[in-house]
Design a protein around this ligand. Structure first.
Ligand SMILES: O=C(O)CCC(=O)C(=O)O
Ligand SMILES: [Fe+2]
Length: 298
């Protein structure tokens, strides 16, 4: 038996090989494809409560792509069950106990041929608001990444910096969009990190990567001709978080309620949607904003 707790404590990440079977992954793969098609129905990024499709007209691919889908458990009974399946409880319980809420539920795609398929190095604490951004919460949270496709160097598997979870919040990539450009080595060195320690987490479909809110990680662009689908589910010890959807209560798998809970999307109550997101973080949008100053800035 692999001692995942010891591995995560010492390295800030660990891989569970063969977490799901071929059959289970085949089902999830088909459902992820269905969610991709669902996302493509929208001309731009779309939000409806916690459900989000990040949709972009990718300048290099010359087509519309879906980069992320959040909380598709609201659309998919299969994904709703799998986010709180016994397999997840078995991995989570030694870290978080039997009362567990879920903060994120995301499918990420890296469409072959697209420009925007990389993530600068960062710590996921960057994307959290409120109490759990605190370094004290290192032990209260756990993030999991399920390989739907093979994760290779070529298709942009997650890359981690071993031991970085002990350094507290470093502010990496806080200066700009996470998917524009790649982290320069100087930025890592300034934060006290040695770029030669970067490890690429090569995985087979069905493997599960675990990391912490403070583990420095990122991923390179997909330069292969196949997709890289990765499903991120992150969890928190329920007693340490007001936010999140229940996943397990006293070890019992718990389905979504009638109304969504605040997870990462803080404006859930005031601006539930549905709406399209007008802001665009691409370089192309930044260039056209410079070329055509808005009325207000003239
Ligand atoms: O999909 C990836 O490669 C990384 C995504 C990630 O780290 C994040 O969304 O926080
Ligand atoms: Fe991340």
């Amino acid at each position: 038996m692999q001692d995942l707790v010891a591995e995560l404590r010492s390295n800030g990440f660990a891989v569970v090989r063969g977490f799901l079977s071929r059959e289970e992954i085949a089902e999830i793969s088909a459902e992820a494809d269905r969610m991709y098609q669902e996302g493509l129905r929208h001309h731009a990024t779309y939000r409806d409560k916690n459900l989000l499709f990040e949709v972009l007209n990718d300048p290099k691919a010359g087509r519309r792509v879906v980069l992320q889908a959040h909380w598709t458990a609201w659309l998919s009974p299969l994904l709703e069950r799998m986010r709180r399946s016994p397999q997840y409880l078995a991995v989570l319980e030694p870290f978080l106990g039997k009362d567990i809420k879920q903060i994120s539920h995301q499918i990420h795609w890296k469409p072959p041929g697209a420009k925007y398929t990389s993530y600068r190095f960062h710590q996921d604490a960057r994307f959290r608001q409120g109490n759990i951004k605190d370094f004290d919460y290192l032990q209260s949270t756990l993030t999991t990444g399920l390989a739907i496709d093979r994760q290779t160097v070529e298709n942009g598997a997650l890359r981690v910096m071993p031991g970085s979870h002990r350094l507290g919040y470093l502010g990496l990539s806080d200066d700009g969009p996470i998917m524009v450009g790649q982290t320069q080595e100087e930025e890592l060195r300034r934060a006290g990190l040695d770029p030669s320690n970067i490890r690429t987490c090569v995985m087979e479909p069905g493997d599960l990567l675990l990391w912490t809110l403070f583990t420095v990680h990122g991923s390179a662009p997909n330069v292969s001709d196949y997709d890289r689908r990765f499903m991120i589910n992150s969890y928190v010890r329920a007693s340490d978080s007001e936010r999140g959807e229940w996943a397990f209560r006293s070890g019992v798998s718990t389905s979504l309620g009638a109304e969504p809970e605040v997870c990462k999307y803080e404006q859930l109550r005031e601006r539930p949607g549905p709406f399209y997101v007008e802001s665009d973080w691409t370089e192309e949008a930044a260039m056209s904003a410079l070329a055509m100053p808005s009325e207000a800035s003239k």
